[in-house]
Design a protein around this ligand. Structure first.
Ligand SMILES: N=C(N)NCCCC(=O)O
Ligand SMILES: [Zn+2]
Ligand SMILES: [Zn+2]
Length: 326
């Protein structure tokens, strides 16, 4: 089809109009949004760019997150343009486009990390912000580097994850999916007065893991805190920690219980529900969100697109938050 009919609201080029073209056909861009080159071809510029990073050479257990971006896009076909939970139309408030996947070397982690940082800087040169689909959690490090560079200062971080990801090395390797936030603290790109994990749970290697993590400045809202304190109290405490600072949000999909997100590399029992995660994110409106990622979706372990759909909805709400700022 030459002219694909799109929802055009508020002057923004939106998703394929699924009242005309069935949503299960055609190119699986995120939420059926236009590609970046299509948007730029109309003389528009994208304020929020969805970008995939098909990289999983940093995993310590089950592989497969390299297929995450494609799976999340496929699972995002049913997203509709209006979000009643926030009374916003995320694709109409700003221009959103799918920038495709970065080309990253699967055999050289150092080269991959450099490429991700450089590409993230290039994609944000025009003032756009990035909604990144991973990929394993290694990719958060170069994304944070680029975010801090663009913000002109270290950034606050809300890290949704079952894991701390502040371990030191695995088999002597410094750059893995279990170590990005320790490296980020060492590099001085995080505002260590304003960093917190959310949804942490599961066995650790030892008490020292928590001692190190606290020394780096991280606060922790565990999965059990979310259950016991409830969403509103968690939101209040998180806002208190990061308000008024440039903020990056990193969501490892394994923050969800394996019942909600089985398709991931290092699952842990006792996680939050997708409803809780979405409600917490919706409580973070009005903050200075400069970038976000959703990582660790490993489709070979997924069933019925459970994990892909959860990740797609999380990205949809994050795009809403990014767009409010833009
Ligand atoms: N899923 C992420 N990002 N990290 C998990 C690392 C857990 C481990 O191998 O000990
Ligand atoms: Zn994790
Ligand atoms: Zn992680």
């Amino acid at each position: 089809m030459l002219n694909i009919p799109r929802v055009t609201e508020n002057g923004r080029l939106g998703p394929v109009n699924s009242a005309v073209v069935p949503r299960y056909g055609g190119a699986p861009t995120f939420a059926l949004l236009p590609r970046l080159d299509e948007v730029e071809g109309t003389g528009r510029k994208a304020d929020v760019k969805v970008v995939g990073v098909p990289f999983d050479s940093g995993v310590s257990y089950r592989p497969g997150a390299r297929f995450g971006p494609g799976h999340v896009r496929q699972s995002s076909r049913l997203l509709r343009p209006y979000n009643p939970a926030t009374d916003t139309s995320p694709f109409a408030q700003v221009q959103v486009a799918d920038a495709g996947d970065l080309a990253v070397n699967p055999f050289n982690i150092h080269e991959a990390i450099e490429a991700i940082e450089a590409d993230a800087l290039e994609l944000t040169e025009d003032g756009a912000s990035l909604m990144t689909l991973g990929g394993d959690h290694t990719i958060a490090l170069p994304l944070l580097r680029a975010a801090a560079e663009r913000a002109g200062s270290p950034v606050a971080l809300l890290h949704f994850d079952a894991h701390l990801d502040t371990w030191d090395t695995y088999f002597g390797a410094e750059y893995t999916h279990g170590t990005p936030f320790r490296r980020a603290v060492e590099e001085g790109i995080l505002d260590t007065d304003a960093i917190s994990h959310v949804g942490t749970r599961g066995p650790l290697y030892g008490r020292k893991d928590l001692e190190d993590d606290r020394r780096f400045g991280f606060g922790i809202m565990t999965s059990s805190d979310v259950y016991r304190l409830g969403v509103d109290e968690i939101v209040a405490r998180l806002r208190d920690r990061v308000e008024g600072r440039p903020l990056y949000i990193s969501v490892d999909i394994d923050v969800l219980d394996p019942a909600h997100a089985p398709g991931t590399g290092t699952p842990e029992a006792g996680g939050m529900t997708s409803r809780e995660l979405l409600e917490i994110l919706r409580g973070l409106r009005g903050l200075d969100l400069v970038g976000a990622d959703v990582v660790e979706v490993s489709p070979a372990y997924d069933h019925a697109e459970l994990t892909g759909i959860a990740a797609a909805h999380v990205a949809y709400d994050l795009i809403g938050l990014l767009g409010e700022r833009a």
